[in-house]
Write a protein that binds this ligand. Structure first.
Ligand code: SF4
Length: 395
């Protein structure tokens, strides 16, 4: 959220209430309830009845609640029932309408005239429009949920990791310059004023760096035709480490065009574990890419798959992952993400793990594995470390 530009305060039946107006959003509070809207009257964050609801551009809503802080435990659910979604939106609109009414605030981007059932229908039809503009945004790094996503490339050029089904529904392809320009225009039109809240640009899908540097620069140039340089905080994307080769010179060029961070699914430092994951190794190859990115001034997000290889490969996974992470020139601007393996019985990983006779880690063991890796890290400036729960992805 940006700097506050205006604030209204008051109280409703003894309960304090505020409306805070930011350059890119409006926040309403009522006691401990919180409602945040973008400037197109789309609710993006709602907290009431001890529940937190996050709503994406796609119209998806995730419901969350902290069950315990120690050990950290969260309840998480995707609200898929249409009726329930409507109830959440109706409750939000009623409450925000009340706050506007009692504090006597008018003219907030026409919000007071849009908090009605028609707006709920509009939001529902936006979901259809979203699906026409985007292929599903299957996954994003947790610090990119509020980014502006463009899809210059669709799918994953590899698409064979045993644990990953994110892009199995689509063939890998590049958009032509003309197609991409249309895509950018459609996205920007869809966002309207709400674009102001999304200052980072994420280039999807699985591996934007797979594109030739020249082509990537062309995509960036097209984006800049429609969004001024000053409104963009930086460009971000995933990359794998086994199909992408870029020189430091190329990466420096991307850096000078605003590329800020690349997220790499390393998963494990162990080649044996990578084999079970059907991910090409050797893991050492990731070192080269990370070193070149860092030399070019691009930060990295390294994703480690917790639980990979089960109990049987626990020590191997921990030791080799620590070794490779310590060999990477990481510092406090980089992130290490710990993503807990979710095994679906129809996945390739499930079949392979049966062949290897692997035993799944339970949640406590996964937390232990995270701690074991954390303890082994020796970087002088510790990178940020965080959990990456793929079920939380929302756009
Ligand atoms: S984990 Fe990454 S590289 Fe592997 S299939 Fe999924 S998107 Fe592609």
């Amino acid at each position: 959220m940006s700097k506050i530009i205006n604030i209204f305060k008051g109280s409703i039946d003894g309960v304090s209430s505020t409306i805070s107006i930011f350059r890119d959003s409006i926040k309403f509070t009522f006691g401990d309830e919180v409602y945040v809207f973008d400037l197109e009257a789309r609710p993006i964050f709602m907290y009431f009845n001890d529940m937190l609801y996050e709503r994406g551009l796609s119209g998806e809503i995730i419901e969350k609640k902290w069950i315990s802080l120690n050990p950290p435990k969260r309840f998480l659910r995707r609200v898929i029932d249409k009726g329930e979604k409507r109830d959440i939106l109706k409750y939000t609109f009623n409450r925000v309408g009340e706050i506007l009414d009692i504090l006597g605030v008018k003219g907030l981007y026409g919000l007071e005239d849009r908090l009605n059932i028609d707006r709920i229908w509009e939001l529902e039809s936006e979901e259809e429009r979203f699906r026409r503009i985007y292929r599903p945004i299957s996954i994003l790094p947790p610090d990119q949920y509020l980014s502006l996503v463009f899809q210059p490339l669709e799918g994953c050029p590899y698409n064979k990791c045993s644990f990953c089904t994110f892009y199995r529904d689509r063939d890998f392809r590049y958009k032509t310059a003309d197609e991409f320009r249309e895509h950018v225009k459609e996205v920007i039109e869809f966002l309207g004023k709400s674009i102001l809240i999304r200052r980072r640009i994420f280039l999807a899908d699985a591996n934007a760096l797979f594109a030739d540097t020249e082509q990537l620069l062309e995509y960036i140039k097209i984006i800049r035709e429609y969004i001024d340089r000053g409104s963009i905080e930086g460009f971000y994307s995933f990359s794998d480490y086994f199909t992408v080769y870029k020189t430091v010179y190329e990466l420096k060029t991307l850096r000078s065009e605003g590329y800020k961070r690349v997220y790499i699914g390393l998963e494990s430092g162990s080649d044996d574990v990578l084999k079970i994951l059907s991910k090409p190794g050797p893991a050492e190859r990731s070192l080269e890419l990370v070193k070149r990115l860092k030399e070019a001034g691009i930060t990295v997000g390294i994703i480690i798959l917790i639980g990979a290889g089960g109990r049987e490969y626990y020590d191997e996974h921990v030791m080799k992952t620590i070794k490779i992470l310590n060999a990477m020139p990481l510092d406090k601007r980089d992130i290490i993400y710990y993503s807990k393996l979710k095994i679906h019985s129809d996945s390739e990983y499930y079949k392979i793990s049966r062949e290897y006779g692997l035993t799944e880690l339970d949640d406590e063991e996964m937390n232990m594995q995270i701690e074991d890796i954390r303890r082994g890290l020796k970087h002088i400036e510790k990178p940020i470390q965080a959990i990456y729960d793929i079920d939380e992805t929302i756009y």
